[in-house]
Design a protein around this ligand. Structure first.
Ligand code: NAD
Ligand code: TYD
Length: 341
């Protein structure tokens, strides 16, 4: 028997990759996407599915309880997989309001709808909820110590999910993914920004010394893990998802340039992000015990992602020539150079 999934935020980066993964691998499944289409939502990400009768798109806000109820009931949804969120740390620093609204109140609205219907609920979260990890690797039982408005709002969502499991017995699960890279990632995030800037001969703005560490994982690996947890995850549990290996931003940047055959002279060290978490690193033993393996190292994921942006200019050129230009000017225009020490 196939499932009918409500994929909220399915027009964004990871959500759209997840929709492609589910419909590509499970012939019996149906997917309803509910997405507000903010600046980050893009129907081009789902364009190859428009003629698939198993796919249905609804434009709407996860904070709007009536819309959520209508969509769940009209389509006989079995489970909610929540990707919808404001996601960019730099935007959360400049203007946190939308983050609290969507990532906390939106999560609450979905949880209420799931509780009223006794519906399976999966929350897509992030390793950023653990905060800066000076050494070792975060395990799922570690305290949540978020430090940016984005991470704090995601942690708020995680705590609500846990409360709905404990208090109401709702069948919930959470995945905490590390930095995803791959097709359809909005070019505000570092990998598509650096790859497309380098292709355009623009500078690559590395924050601070660039020695911050991130676990860059292939988005397709993350999507497989989310679906596995949706099927086989234990109720009330959270699962870290990533390669388990973190590398520095300088190493990532050099790989991007190498893959494109571009010169290191394009690198510009700029003023650091306030409150920048220096290191994230996760222990992935728990998801591996469910039978999941990351299929790409961070280095393979970076090379493959860069090649996608080389092959898919049709996708990113219209984005970068639109409202993105004003965003880039505002975010980077007056950013000074990095002063060491
Ligand atoms: P994204 O910014 O590319 O996409 C977010 C999507 O949510 C967009 O389509 C947007 O239109 C939609 N959306 C925003 N507010 C909404 C609202 N109020 N109602 C309905 N839809 C709304 O984000 P992403 O990078 O694909 O991240 C997806 C999820 O995965 C997020 O919950 C994020 O916290 C989490 N996550 C991301 C990463 C990463 O590296 N990008 C890593 C781990 C976890
Ligand atoms: P980002 O893609 O914004 O993800 P996150 O902050 O959620 O981890 O950034 C990844 C890393 O790259 C992070 O350490 C910040 C750094 N970074 C830069 O050095 N320059 C940039 O222009 C951006 C956007 C990020």
């Amino acid at each position: 028997m196939g499932r009918t999934l409500l994929v909220t935020g399915g027009a964004g980066f990871i959500g759209s990759n997840y929709v492609h993964y589910v419909l590509g691998s499970q012939p019996e499944d149906r997917v309803v996407v509910l997405d507000k289409l903010t600046y980050a939502g893009n129907l081009d990400n789902l364009k190859s599915l428009v003629d698939d009768p198993r796919y249905h798109f609804v434009q709407g806000d996860i904070c709007d309880a009536e819309t959520v109820a209508r969509v769940l009931d009209a389509h006989g949804v079995d489970a909610i997989v929540n990707f919808a969120a404001e996601t960019h740390v730099d935007r959360s620093i400049a203007d946190p309001d939308a983050f609290i609204r969507t990532d906390v109140l939106g999560t609450h609205t979905l949880l209420e709808a799931a509780r009223e219907r006794g519906m399976r609920y999966h929350q897509v979260s992030t390793d950023e909820v653990y905060g800066h990890v000076p050494e070792g690797a975060s395990v799922e039982t570690d305290p949540l110590e978020p430090r940016s408005p984005y991470a704090a709002s995601k942690a708020g969502g995680d705590l609500l999910v846990n409360a709905y499991f404990v208090t109401y017995g709702l069948h919930t699960t959470i995945t905490r993914g590390s930095n995803n890279i791959g097709p359809f990632q909005y070019p505000e995030k570092v990998l598509p920004l650096f790859a497309t800037n380098a292709m355009e001969g623009e500078m690559l703005p590395v924050y601070g010394d660039g020695l911050q560490e991130r676990d860059y994982q292939w988005v397709g690996d993350h999507c497989e893990a989310i679906d596995l947890v949706l099927r086989r995850g234990a109720p009330g549990e959270a699962y870290n998802v990533g390669t388990g290996t973190s590398i520095t931003n300088m190493e990532m940047t050099q790989l991007v340039l190498e893959t494109l055959g571009k010169d290191r002279g394009l690198i510009r060290h700029v003023a650091d992000r306030p409150g920048h978490d220096r290191r994230y690193c996760i222990d992935t033993a728990k998801i591996r015990a469910l039978g999941w393996r990351s299929r790409h190292t961070p280095q393979e994921a970076i090379r493959e992602s860069v090649r996608w942006y080389v092959d898919n200019e049709w996708w990113w050129r219209p984005i970068k020539s639109g409202a993105f230009k004003a965003y880039y000017q505002e975010m980077y225009g007056s950013r000074g150079d990095y002063q060491a020490g």
